[in-house]
Design a protein around this ligand. Structure first.
Ligand code: ADP
Ligand code: ASP
Ligand code: MG
Length: 479
């Protein structure tokens, strides 16, 4: 049998939903101990902690001392419960309790400052939430050691390098590759399991200054795991989650959603990008084009296979593999008879948005060229309209453009599958499934890769729409 040292490395990520209590940390340590390959582990914050930390920051910003104190106490209690449930030996337990207490005292000070200032920058918010993952890594490392596994916490700022910004930093791949190799490989070759807090990174914002701490956006621990997998040339990355795998739809919306045994990395990336909460939207970028499969596996059932995301293209009978949805969208329309044949309207529309750092996720233009529609997150819609009103001021005055119309309360649904390329009638099936339920499709887009049909519906009808499309393609019978 091969030893831990001679195999290609693996990366495990334990998600927040899985790390709910002391028993879960112990279970995660058991799964890690059973891995025969050199292993690096990424930890999320325990379930609910990130939301609580954000609540601390929000209440503090609002100047509400009472609510701030209640949220702080709730975070403290979460860690207290986890610690109480762990059997670690007296000294390691006392050391861990000390680390938690210190972090909480620091948080209290930070929150006190925010209450006084009533101002919360994205930088401070990242600093507040970072302790969720950092403490989780400390706890997991102690539990691994108690289970007889050599382990060491390596802070994310040492290995994950980014280009910022705060709140949703984009990784610098080459620099991260180099740092991970230098820092983690020597440990792993000695049989030590590095434990890295997920979701966090370093941003070398100002030359000559120490790097700033940033977060990779909600759900960012998935991305930390694939970044490590890429840098280590891992044989696989496994994301242990509270679901049996990647499912054909969000199980909270479509109860008969099924596990997809295997899907192509491009399909999974499309689902992640279009809102499938199970994967961070950029999680698959680091492994695209690399021979590193990513597995989504059930934490509760470590022997179940889960879902394999790889470059293999399965030729099955299902042209459509899965659905995902992004709610809270606004549909913005630039319309007017005067647009007909006027060059550059689309270019000016998107240049205006991009100049203001706004990212658009779905675009359609009717071939009559009388309107351009796109979606932006609802909270950015007002600003998008103001910028476009200004950019098209002259055209609006001349009535070449009717105005910039905004419809809020929209959801974008993506219907994804590589098998639909070149197969006629897929869009027709989607739309007849919806028409039969009187669901109004407000806009449609299909990429030229024919991997994804996206449609916009009113959020009030989004759940029904997903159920209908799911059953029209018989996804509950997959595979
Ligand atoms: P973790 O904390 O482990 O990263 P998340 O909560 O971020 O876990 O992601 C898992 C959750 O994603 C599931 O509990 C499920 O409700 C939701 N989800 C949404 N779409 C899907 C899907 N297509 N497949 C599986 N889970 C999904
Ligand atoms: N804890 C962070 C979040 O809740 C990151 C993660 O779980 O991946 O978004
Ligand atoms: Mg997640």
């Amino acid at each position: 049998m091969k030893t831990r040292k001679s195999r290609l490395p693996e990366v495990y990520k334990f998600g927040g939903a899985s790390l709910a209590d002391g028993a879960a940390y112990k279970h995660a340590a058991g799964i890690s101990k059973a891995c025969a390959a050199p292993l690096a582990v990424v930890c999320s914050a325990p379930a609910g902690v990130t939301d609580l930390l954000l609540a601390v920051a929000d209440h503090a910003r609002a100047g509400d001392r009472e609510k701030t104190a209640t949220a702080l106490e709730a975070v403290r209690e979460k860690y207290r419960v986890v610690l109480r449930q762990l059997v670690l030996g007296q000294r390691p337990k006392a050391e861990l309790a000390e680390v938690v207490d210190q972090s909480m005292a620091e948080l209290e000070m930070l929150a006190g400052g925010l209450v006084a200032l009533r101002e919360l920058t994205a930088r401070t918010s990242d600093l507040v939430v970072s302790r969720g993952e950092r403490l989780s890594a400390e706890i997991f490392c102690a539990v691994l050691r108690a289970a007889g596994v050599k382990a060491q916490v390596v802070d994310a700022l040492e290995v994950v390098h980014t280009e910022g910004p705060f709140g949703g930093a984009a990784p610098e791949l080459a620099r991260t590759d180099a740092a991970v190799r230098t820092r983690l490989r020597p440990l792993m070759s000695r049989g030590v399991v590095p434990v890295v807090p997920g979701f966090l990174g370093a941003w070398h914002k100002e030359h000559g200054q120490p790097p700033a701490l940033v977060t990779l956006g909600r759900g960012g621990s998935d991305l930390t795991a694939t970044l490590l997998g890429r840098a280590l040339d891992a044989s696989r990355v496994t994301l242990w989650k509270d679901v049996p795998g990647l499912l054909t739809a969000d199980p909270r919306v479509v109860p008969d959603a099924r596990v997809i045994p295997q899907l192509h990395v491009r399909e999974a990336a499309e689902l992640a990008y279009y809102g499938a909460k199970v994967l961070h939207s950029r999680a698959l970028i680091p492994v695209q084009g690399k021979p590193i499969p990513v597995y989504v596996r059930p934490f509760a059932e470590p022997n179940a296979p889960g879902t394999e995301i790889s470059s293999q293209q399965s030729t099955d009978r299902h042209p459509v593999k899965a659905l995902s949805a992004v709610s809270g969208q606004a549909l913005v329309t630039v319309a007017g008879r005067g647009l007909l044949g006027v060059p550059g309207v689309a270019a000016r529309t998107f240049a205006t948005l991009s100049a203001h750092g706004m990212s658009v996720s779905l675009i359609t233009q009717a071939s009559s060229e009388q309107s351009i529609c796109f979606t932006v997150p609802e909270k950015e819609a007002k600003a998008a309209k103001e910028h476009l009103d200004r950019a098209f001021h002259d055209e609006i005055a001349r009535r070449d453009v009717d105005g910039i119309l905004v419809q809020t309360g929209m959801t974008t649904i993506a219907v994804v599958g590589l098998g639909m390329a070149g197969m006629p009638g897929i869009a027709a099936r989607v739309f007849s499934a919806l028409a039969s339920q009187d669901i109004n499709v407000v806009a449609i887009a299909q990429g030229s890769s024919e991997l994804n049909i996206s449609l916009v519906v009113a959020s009030a009808q989004a759940a029904q729409a997903q159920k209908r499309i799911h059953s029209a393609f018989r996804l509950s019978r997959l595979p």
